[in-house]
Design a protein around this ligand. Structure first.
Ligand SMILES: C[S@@+](CC[C@H](N)C(=O)[O-])C[C@H]1O[C@@H](n2cnc3c(N)ncnc32)[C@H](O)[C@@H]1O
Ligand code: SF4
Length: 307
């Protein structure tokens, strides 16, 4: 066995903002999908790392950080694709090393969730895999197909319900401006279908779940970047972006009025930071958006936006 004493990372790594203080452990490298807007797998060949090497990283972390680690995030783009036995083995090993561990989390494509049985998801939850970050991007099947997400709205609904049924917390992201500025009709469809998707997954109980909107960035090397260079894709401006978000929020209507859906649109890519509870604080969220729409000077400048 090698004698390295540093945790291995395949750079660049991406993690959700809420995992900023988590121990990051490289379980997979790259992603099995290739969405037009994403740079997760641009310079990486997908692989699932050897269990012994991942455990070795956890051992190194135990030596470096002591027993007090509270959160672990398993990298990379869709670590949920890892076979259940491996994911269980590594999750259980992590809890054996860190007695104060509160949760492990992963990024998961909806198709990765659907490939697992209800029982497998339940076992993962019981082992300590407590949160999954799912990229919805949109509820519009047309737009999902345009960006090669390889999933549709119905898959997102089934995967979200399956995840929540197992007890795993859902944290889903959508992308404001994904359809571009040359197609106002798709922007409306994106907002309405995304709201319908979120309305349909609302659970009957008062558990916490998360919906976040990022705003489209066009990183160099991505398919969307190539389209932009050729003039086939035009980015939406900040006002169009806020109008799209307003259309989305307007259509949110939960059957369960005790729902605890934490809504965020406060990522570095967003023009206007917004936080609230859906749908209880819908009016407050709408008034922040209306303020942004009429006070362009308060919006985040283009050069401060990032992923
Ligand atoms: C690293 S990805 C992992 C998500 C997971 N693989 C999935 O597809 O469900 C995290 C999220 O970042 C967001 N994202 C990725 N590229 C983006 C871009 N260029 N602009 C805005 N958001 C982006 C998407 O919402 C994406 O789902
Ligand atoms: S958005 Fe998710 S599934 Fe799509 S390429 Fe990026 S990491 Fe993979």
């Amino acid at each position: 066995m090698e004698s390295r004493e540093e945790i291995y990372y395949c750079q660049p790594v991406f993690r959700p903002p809420s995992e900023a203080y988590s121990l990051l452990i490289q379980l997979t490298e790259g992603c099995t999908f290739k969405c037009d807007f994403c740079m997760s797998n641009l310079r990486k060949k997908f692989l699932i790392r050897d269990v012994q090497l991942v455990k070795k990283d956890l051992d190194i972390a135990r030596k470096q950080y002591g027993s007090n680690v509270r959160k672990i995030f398993f990298l990379d783009g869709n670590a949920m694709v890892t076979p259940t036995e491996k994911l269980l083995d590594i999750t259980r090993y992590a809890y054996s090393l860190f007695p104060n561990l509160e949760r492990c989390g992963v990024y998961a494509h909806s198709k990765d969730i659907l490939k697992k049985s209800d029982e497998q998801l339940r076992m993962l939850f019981e082992a300590g895999l407590k949160i999954a970050y799912v990229g919805f991007e949109s509820g519009s099947d047309r737009l999902l197909e345009m960006v090669h997400k390889q999933v549709n709205k119905s898959d997102h609904i089934k995967a979200s319900k399956k995840l929540m049924e197992a007890g795993i917390t859902l944290s889903a992201t959508l992308i404001n401006g994904l359809g571009g500025g040359n197609n106002p009709e798709i922007s409306i469809e994106h907002a309405l279908e995304s709201a319908d998707l979120v309305n349909k997954i609302c659970p009957d109980d008062d558990r916490i779940w998360y919906i976040a909107f990022l705003t489209l960035m066009v990183p160099s090397g991505t398919e969307i970047f190539k389209k932009k260079i050729k003039g086939e894709f035009l980015e939406m401006n900040s006002i169009e972006i806020l109008q799209e978000l307003k259309n989305f929020i307007n259509q949110i209507e939960f059957h369960n009025k005790s729902a605890n859906c934490i809504f965020r649109s406060n990522h570095a890519s967003n023009y206007l930071p917004i936080k609230g509870i859906l749908d209880r604080e819908k009016d407050e969220i709408l008034s922040i958006i209306n303020y942004g729409l009429t006070h362009k000077n308060i919006l985040r400048p283009e050069f401060y936006r990032g992923l």
